[in-house]
Ligand binder design. Structure first.
Ligand SMILES: [Zn+2]
Length: 124
């Protein structure tokens, strides 16, 4: 398994890369990349001695585009909701499953904050 952070290595997809630890040519292989909601096969290279895996930037980028198209990038259990309006403010209804899981009640307090490109809602 190759983590997303290890995929920056490798260069043009036709040249066999060399393992930095073993100084050996790496073998072409079908590797898999794990995403939050599934795994995708991807062409890459593996060191015959230490098993170090490398995926070219182009192949990793193509795989992540496929993962996005297939909805594999969404966090597990994520639900799409429409923003509604309550008076002059925007509102989002909390799904019943989450209401039960966190034992939320009307009037209970939550913290809401932005984190990178997400909006996080946390029970207090
Ligand atoms: Zn190696």
């Amino acid at each position: 398994m190759s983590e997303a952070s290890q995929q920056q290595e490798g260069n043009s997809s036709n040249r066999r890369p060399t393992c930095h630890s073993c100084d050996l040519d790496m073998d072409e292989a079908i590797l898999s990349i794990r995403y939050p909601k599934g795994t995708l096969p991807v062409r890459g290279f593996i060191c015959p001695k230490c098993g170090y895996e490398v995926i070219s930037f182009e192949d990793a980028k193509a795989a992540s585009e496929t993962a996005e198209r297939l909805g594999l990038l969404e966090p597990e259990g994520a639900i799409t909701r429409k923003i509604t309006r309550s008076g002059d403010q925007l509102a989002v209804y909390i799904p019943k499953d989450i209401e039960r899981e966190f034992d939320l009640k009307q009037g209970a307090k939550v913290r809401i904050y932005a984190k990178r490109d997400e909006i996080i809602l946390a029970p207090v």
